[in-house]
Design a binder for this molecule. Structure first.
Ligand SMILES: [Zn+2]
Ligand SMILES: [Zn+2]
Length: 218
């Protein structure tokens, strides 16, 4: 709620503007007998008469926490009022956003609106299919964002249980690490690699030391 009703302003360049609104501006006669306004002349005007982009400070009471804060009339006019006609201090912006989302979308967060829900469930189905194509079963029931850890089980390594991978990594070709070990193992056996002396566990050990995050070849 706007508390300030009147403010003192520098007449300056707004002389005509305020005169047209009916304000009396003190003037003096100069040596040439002309009416002049002294530089720095100030008058009291109604806040509602200020220009919308006035940088005069006004006091506002937050409609949420009731704290009183000072902002320029320009900022006051900039704050959105179309949906929720309330003023909020910088700490209460989130409450106003929630209220406006609730009114606009029927939900507190716009991420939970039907539109987004549909978008994410469509994406989820698509992701699930991509996992199946690679021989994995997607365990996670929801897709939220691309770096979220998605739980999956590899059809060939059900015994290894649930593994996790982000959609971003999956897309880059990463997947079941055990399948990966096996692929590299085959390749190394073929090459008769000197650093590897057989056995899947020692290979895994060797590989873990060798590469942290590595790519499987599809
Ligand atoms: Zn507040
Ligand atoms: Zn696997």
């Amino acid at each position: 709620m706007l508390l300030t009703e009147e403010v003192e302003v520098n007449v300056g360049r707004n002389l005509v503007y305020y005169e047209n609104l009916g304000y009396e501006i003190p003037k003096y006669l100069n040596c040439k007998n002309e009416l002049k306004v002294k530089k720095g002349t100030k008058i009291i005007v109604k806040v509602s008469d200020l220009k919308v982009d006035s940088i005069s400070n006004v006091e506002v009471k937050c409609d949420y926490c009731e704290n009183i804060y000072t902002i320029t009339y320009k900022s006051y006019n900039k704050s959105k009022k179309e949906i929720i006609n309330k003023d909020c201090c910088k700490h209460c912006g989130k409450f106003k956003r929630r209220e406006s989302n609730l009114l606009k979308y029927g939900e507190i967060s716009h991420m939970k609106t039907e539109k987004y829900k549909n978008m994410f469930s469509k994406k989820y189905k698509n992701i699930k299919e991509e996992f199946i194509k690679r021989g994995y079963e997607l365990v996670s029931k929801e897709y939220v964002h691309s770096s979220q850890k998605l739980d999956f089980i590899c059809d060939k390594h059900i015994d290894k249980g649930i593994q996790t991978i982000s959609w971003t990594h999956f897309n880059r070709g990463y997947g079941c690490k055990y399948c990966g070990y096996e692929r590299v193992s085959k390749k190394m056996k073929g090459e008769n690699n000197v650093n590897w002396n057989g056995g899947i566990s020692s290979l895994s050990h060797y590989l873990r030391n060798f590469i942290d995050d590595w790519k499987i070849t599809l």
